[in-house]
Design a protein around this ligand. Structure first.
Ligand SMILES: [Zn+2]
Length: 65
């Protein structure tokens, strides 16, 4: 069997989302934004950055599903 690459599992976020300027789930920045934990992005294979992110009230509980 040919070796298969693992599918990417990390989401792609916008700069605003990563800099806590927009909801990490829906991307809106015009609502109240609440701390929503952290997300991890892959800069290059094996190297990750961890970001403190925010979410709107609708999505605060669902940011890290
Ligand atoms: Zn949202």
């Amino acid at each position: 069997m040919p070796e298969t690459e693992a599918p990417p599992t990390l989401m792609v976020y916008s700069d605003a989302q990563l800099h806590a300027l927009a909801c990490i789930v829906c991307g809106r920045g015009d609502r109240e934004l609440l701390a929503a934990g952290h997300v991890r992005t892959e800069v290059r294979p094996g190297q990750h950055l961890v970001w403190a992110v925010v979410a709107c009230p609708d999505h605060q509980d669902g940011a890290r599903c």
